[in-house]
Ligand binder design. Structure first.
Ligand code: GSH
Length: 209
């Protein structure tokens, strides 16, 4: 097993799927978290932060930036990327659907007055995000409610849980987001309360996002 070191802010956000996979696999790693105040100094290390962004995963002496690359690498190494190519493709479908939702979410956080923000959030919940969440709701229902793909926790479950956790339980919380999606709500509840990450989720640092 290589030496793993993960560098990110003291947030769940883009690094949490990696931390969740390390926890599930019982794999040791260094979880190097820094504050926003420390970041300008940390990012002067151009070898470690070649794009000037975090997260970065150090695998022995190899630098891997880009959270999606980190997640997919660890999923392959630690066996969270499905049992075969077809399952891997199904996992990718979930990840890419989630990426579409996140793309549509970004403008919600642009500076704007309260009335405009309420209008934009309502449109996101009721219109823009609907085809994606409806599809994810259908997928988890067809899969039996517990795992999006296969019969064990995969990168799909981990990423969906993390995204929904961020959208319902962080400073980016969106009111009413999952009101129309009972299967997704049930999936999150069982993942949190009964899944193999229960004790990790209960003991991880509490962060604003
Ligand atoms: N596509 C990149 C985006 C990384 C990114 O935007 N990171 C933010 C934190 S979530 C960052 O490093 N912000 C500080 C900066 O850009 O100086 C990824 O997914 O890793």
């Amino acid at each position: 097993m290589p030496n793993y070191k993960l560098f990110y802010f003291n947030l769940r956000a883009r690094a949490e799927p990696a931390r969740m996979m390390f926890a599930l696999a019982g794999c040791e790693y260094v979880d190097d978290r820094f504050t926003h105040e420390e970041w300008p100094q940390r990012k002067t290390d151009k070898e470690l932060f070649p794009i000037g962004q975090a997260p970065v995963l150090l695998v022995d002496d190899k630098v891997i930036p880009q959270s999606a690359a980190i997640s997919r690498y660890l999923a392959r190494e630690l066996n969270f990327y499905g049992a075969n190519s077809l399952e891997a493709a199904q996992i990718d479908v979930v990840l890419e659907t989630m990426a579409d939702i996140e793309d549509k979410m970004m403008p919600l956080y642009a500076d704007q007055d309260a009335a405009k923000k309420a209008e934009v959030l309502k449109a996101f919940v009721e219109i823009t995000s609907k085809p994606y969440f409806t599809y994810l709701e259908q997928l988890i229902e067809e899969a039996g409610g517990k795992h999006f793909v296969g019969n064990k926790v995969s990168l799909a479950d981990i990423h969906i849980f993390n995204m929904l956790d961020m959208m319902t339980n962080s400073k980016y919380k969106i009111e009413g987001l999952l009101d129309s999606y009972p299967q997704l709500r049930a999936f999150c509840k069982s993942f949190r309360d009964e899944g193999p990450l229960k004790s990790y989720l209960e003991s991880r640092p509490v962060t604003e996002a």
